[in-house]
Design a protein around this ligand. Structure first.
Ligand SMILES: Cc1cc2nc3c(=O)[nH]c(=O)nc-3n(C[C@H](O)[C@H](O)[C@H](O)COP(=O)(O)OP(=O)(O)OC[C@H]3O[C@@H](n4cnc5c(N)ncnc54)[C@H](O)[C@@H]3O)c2cc1C
Ligand SMILES: *[C@@H]1O[C@H](CO)[C@@H](O)[C@H](O)[C@H]1NC(C)=O
Ligand SMILES: *[C@@H]1O[C@H](CO)[C@@H](O)[C@H](O)[C@H]1NC(C)=O
Ligand SMILES: *[C@@H]1O[C@H](CO)[C@@H](O)[C@H](O)[C@H]1NC(C)=O
Ligand SMILES: *[C@@H]1O[C@H](CO)[C@@H](O)[C@H](O)[C@H]1NC(C)=O
Ligand SMILES: *[C@@H]1O[C@H](CO)[C@@H](O)[C@H](O)[C@H]1NC(C)=O
Ligand SMILES: *[C@@H]1O[C@H](CO)[C@@H](O)[C@H](O)[C@H]1NC(C)=O
Ligand SMILES: *[C@@H]1O[C@H](CO)[C@@H](O)[C@H](O)[C@H]1NC(C)=O
Ligand SMILES: *[C@@H]1O[C@H](CO)[C@@H](O)[C@H](O)[C@H]1NC(C)=O
Length: 531
């Protein structure tokens, strides 16, 4: 990788040049940005392979590869001037240096799953630092740890761990194409959340490059920054190179079921009851209700369907006995249950083939692209039946499968015992995380669908805590509020910051002010510095 002597020199150049750049009022021409990258790197010919300008023939494919949401593929969405698919740490250091010199904003992208596209679009001139080449994974089976690059997907991580030892796993997302860099820095929940907590709760070290261009690990960055990048979002603090994960022991095989109930088949009562049962279930079982609209003609109550999707890290008979005791109303039968490998479950959960897990878990781009928008809520107290009816009625307004709610099972496990201030993610002690989503397949209905989602959100607001109304930082929602183009006050940022971080917001501001005092790492919802 980089030569040490050169890097010391480069850091020296940083100090001199960045102070000049901050002090100077005029901007040098942005066209020279690429020349700057080549001038200040240790190997210009190698760096040239990683730089895509708007007139590079593969610019569009490199950009679009990791854009999953059609909303952000539209021509009017601002595009970066340059994409850097960095190959070395030195190239990232150089990119940060030239970004300051040419006042070109940097956006960092790992898996590109950001709900608002904030890793690859901006309203000011910008370039994208794409981390997809930083995806090495190295596993220490004996020590039960792994170093994973920020650009790896969770599917690649799960697959590599499985290959190393089929009874080790890691608690992260359901969806295999989610990127490590955004996912872990923003929290990260999945089917192991009740037993082991969030992905961020299971990080033991990290490597980052800060605004000065310095490579830091846990020891050299200190506990404040290390705390911030485990739930506070990487994009406010540093370019994350990779995380060291603590792996967890899991059985190789699981039992899954997926049971549909329509509105007419008592879906409301079942959802209501689920809220009481969920925290009592053993920690090796999650049941996540997914609620979709299934009929567009809006003629009544047959038109919403709840699918109780479940994974149990144990055998069929044991699952049946738990369900008969705890949730007989669901009527689970042996024939509803399927045994599979834990690793196959991730393919199954995403609707991918379970026959070739190599393919399903390591293919980095999702095949089906849709227009969508999502929001989130944390639910502490059961929603009354009347409230559930009102929410389902709202879903019933949409065509089949275009409206979706997911009630992610959190309650009753370690999420109750981890203190709110342990990481920036404060939402401990909830029954479930509700994700509300809407999708569409033609652009003309965009506004109508987004309006619908906002109305649904109002309805749900009657039944969830409201001071502040909580939201999950990784389900980014710009409706909660955005920063100013220039300086943003802490109080203005608190409007969106309190829902994501509650009382941890102030500590995030303190850390930000200390580690990035010139606000280099910046976006619509980045943590502000205190004035
Ligand atoms: C289909 C789908 C399924 C999902 N399923 C789950 C789930 O099961 N559980 C869950 O918890 N979440 C889930 N999410 C949300 C997901 O965790 C977040 O969108 C997450 O931020 C995505 O990370 P990314 O690297 O793919 O995204 P990106 O768009 O690349 O990045 C997201 C944010 O992180 C920043 N960032 C990315 N990489 C770095 C880096 N290396 N250094 C600094 N900052 C960086 C970006 O600038 C941006 O602000 C899902 C999202 C989608 C679209
Ligand atoms: C790059 O280096 C050349 C030769 O040293 C110099 O003339 C040019 O101004 C530099 N350009 C930038 C953008 O740094
Ligand atoms: C891209 O186009 C600009 C002019 O529009 C030109 O100056 C530049 O050399 C081109 N770059 C490449 C890599 O072709
Ligand atoms: C795999 O991990 C389990 C712990 O889950 C351990 O008991 C076993 O020895 C490991 N196997 C190998 C080959 O390291
Ligand atoms: C549940 O409903 C979905 C969507 O309507 C369908 O694809 C699936 O096959 C159904 N599952 C079962 C087990 O009936
Ligand atoms: C719905 O619930 C009622 C009473 O709570 C029960 O009589 C009925 O059989 C249930 N219907 C289904 C389809 O489960
Ligand atoms: C409307 O929905 C009802 C109930 O699901 C169904 O019986 C009817 O055939 C539907 N009508 C049309 C036009 O699709
Ligand atoms: C599974 O997928 C991988 C990756 O796409 C491919 O190389 C392999 O041949 C496939 N295996 C089978 C048995 O189809
Ligand atoms: C960045 O460099 C400046 C100048 O040497 C120093 O004062 C500051 O502490 C450094 N910032 C960090 C976060 O290390």
């Amino acid at each position: 990788m980089r030569k040490m002597s050169y890097s010391t020199m480069l850091q020296f150049a940083f100090l001199l040049l960045c102070s000049i750049s901050w002090a100077s009022a005029s901007h040098p021409s942005r066209g020279d940005f690429v020349q700057c990258l080549l001038n200040y790197t240790d190997s210009p010919s190698y760096f040239a392979k990683a730089i895509y300008t708007q007139n590079s023939s593969s610019f569009t494919s490199v950009l679009d590869n990791y854009i999953h949401n059609l909303r952000f593929l539209l021509p009017e969405v601002p595009k970066p001037l340059v994409i850097i698919t960095a190959l070395t740490e030195n190239q990232i250091q150089t990119a940060i240096f030239c970004s300051k010199k040419y006042r070109l904003q940097m956006r960092i992208r790992s898996g590109g799953h950001d709900f608002e596209g904030s890793s690859y679009t901006s309203n000011v001139p910008f370039f994208v630092l794409d981390m997809s080449n930083f995806r090495s994974i190295s596993i220490d089976v004996k020590g039960q740890t792994a170093w994973v690059g920020a650009g790896a997907t969770v599917g690649e991580v799960y697959y590599s761990i499985y290959e190393a030892n089929s009874t080790l796993g890691f608690p992260a997302a359901y969806c295999p194409t989610v990127g490590i860099g955004g996912h872990i820095s923003g929290g990260g929940y999945g089917p192991l959340v009740r037993q082991f907590g969030l992905a961020a709760d299971n990080v033991i070290d990290a490597r980052v490059i800060d605004a000065n261009g310095t490579v830091l690990d846990r020891k050299s960055m200190g506990e404040d920054l290390f705390w911030a990048i485990r739930g506070g979002g990487g994009a406010s603090f540093a370019a994350i190179l990779g995380y060291k994960l603590k792996l967890v022991e899991i059985p190789e095989k699981v039992t899954v079921f997926s049971i549909n109930r329509t509105w007419e088949q008592n879906a409301t009562q079942l959802l209501y009851k689920w809220q009481y049962i969920a925290p009592k279930l053993p920690l090796n079982l999650v049941i996540t209700p997914q609620i979709v609209s299934i009929n567009s003609n809006q003629t009544g109550k047959g038109t919403v369907q709840v699918t109780f999707v479940s994974v149990f890290r144990g055998e069929v008979d044991e699952l049946l006995s738990i369900m008969t005791q705890q949730f007989p109303e669901l009527g689970l039968k042996k024939e509803d249950c399927t045994e599979m490998l834990w690793i196959q479950y991730f393919a199954y959960a995403s609707g991918l083939p379970t026959s070739n897990i190599t393919e399903s878990l390591t293919s980095r781009v999702s095949s089906a692209k849709l227009y969508y928008k999502a929001k989130s809520d944390f639910v502490k107290e059961p929603i009354p039946e009347k409230g559930i009816e009102e929410i389902l009625a709202k879903l019933n307004e949409l065509p089949p499968f275009m409206g979706m709610l997911e009630w992610n099972h959190f309650g009753g496990g370690v999420m109750e015992t981890i203190p709110e201030s342990a990481t920036p993610f404060p939402h401990r002690g909830n029954l479930y995380l509700m994700c509300e989503g809407v999708s569409w397949d033609e652009q003309v209905v965009s506004k109508q669908r987004i309006d619908w989602l906002r109305k649904l959100y109002k309805v749900i607001g009657k039944y969830v805590p409201n001071n502040p109304r909580a939201a999950y930082a990784n389900s980014r929602d710009l409706d909660l509020g955005v920063n100013n183009k220039g300086i943003t006050s802490v109080e203005k940022a608190r409007i969106w910051g309190a829902p994501y971080f509650k009382n941890n917001f102030d500590r995030l501001v303190q850390v930000k002010t200390k580690v990035d005092p010139y606000n280099f790492f910046k976006n619509e919802q980045s943590i502000p510095i205190s004035q």
